[in-house]
Design a protein around this ligand. Sequence first.
Ligand code: NDP
Length: 448
Amino acid sequence: MGERDNLTIDNLMKLLKERDPHQEEFHQAVQEVMQWVVPFAADSSRYNSFTLFEKLTEPERIIQFRVPWLTDKGEERCNRGFRIQFNSAIGPYKGGLRFHPTVNLSILKFLGFEQTFKNSLTGLPLGGGKGGSDFNPRGRSEAEIMRFCQSFMNELFRHIGPDTDIPAGDAGVGTREIGFLFGHYKRLTAQFNGVITGKSPAFGGSLLRPEATGFGLLYFTKHMMKQAGKEVDDARILISGSGNVAQYACMKAIETGAKVLTMSDSDGYIFVKDGLSREQLNTVMDIKNNRRGRIRECTEEFECDFHEGTPWEVEADIALPCATQNEIDKKAAKSLIGNDVVCVAEGANMPCTSDAVAAFHDAGVLFAPGKASNAGGVSVSGLEMTQNAQRLSWDKETVDQELHDIMDRIHDECVEYGREDKHVNYEKGAAIAGFIKVADAMLAQGAV
Ligand code: NDP
């Protein structure tokens, strides 16, 4: 065996950094998962293969294309579009589309890689994919958004299908954008099928899909707290973001009886001393979803303070980062730990830096990685695919029960593979449990 073939995390990371030296987010995502998986695999005769890991970290296909579109003034614009078809070992590619100016190959490869493990954890037959564009929807009119979505689909439609690759929403892509994308797919292909999830229930969307990621996050957090002999019921919670995931995490937390002290956007955060009420959350949702405004506007609507920066210096029991990648760094983690935070569960994808996660582990703070705690969204997307294939639509109670069952199962798997002495290492458990199913399928399908 040459040195290159020796399965170690250092050899794997060396290869990835040599291949794509500037893809820092992708390297971070691989390091965070593989630091647990590689020692596990190297110890087993079945998975001890460098090539298996080379394949797991190389997308099956990357599609990159230009997206030309016209502003309302008739000016030409051109953005970049991507679809990363990362891994189809256990099912067709599945993962969201993100429209945000920071989108690039590194970000989408990190998200596609994470998605592969997350989808495996759900227990549903879904491979991993991700896509999007560096298009900035902020401040764009509805007509501009529609023209952009249609141009994006002009290229994407030839690469997707209900049995090959099923996109969904992500940051910057909500029900409105999914409607425009689906409408144009239908026009281009003359087919009405389950090619995209996150649709409006009026044309095949699953009930509870908008709620699923945030609700699932709370179901998972409850399990974590219970495992540690604690309750969510009257806990003080910090939420970052005020988009889809944050809104429904907040809604379920309020329903549970917890106090949500903060919500944020990229300008800063609001602080509500006694916790947001359901009426105040409705106002946040109206500002964000209908008026497409900023979180600071809440100060004109109800009693709260607005602060620039992130909410992590506020004293609380639970932190649910639901905005974006790397929003909790080591300094923020130290501040949370200093304030005796008990539990951190990721609603966003990779919102904690590696240093922050290490600090949580050292301090004995319960920590759940997004691939486990935010898997509710893709799970209900998987259920939407099932409903579309059956030409049926399930009621809310049925979907919620399935969501509960899936989050319970993911928690059980994290405990099974992540148990260490007295506590559970959810990062390790999620990484190993997600890996086993994908690796078994890849090995069974042969050297292709
Ligand atoms: P949205 O676009 O609905 O909301 C994103 C929120 O995060 C907005 O409030 C946005 O504020 C804020 N935000 C974005 N960038 C920053 C930043 N740099 N600093 C502070 N706040 C920021 O996205 P979603 O809620 O759908 O997604 C949020 C995260 O959750 C993403 O990481 C996504 O990948 C992940 N996720 C989403 C799922 C889903 O079902 N939607 C499923 C699983 C994971 P602003 O308006 O200022 O940009």
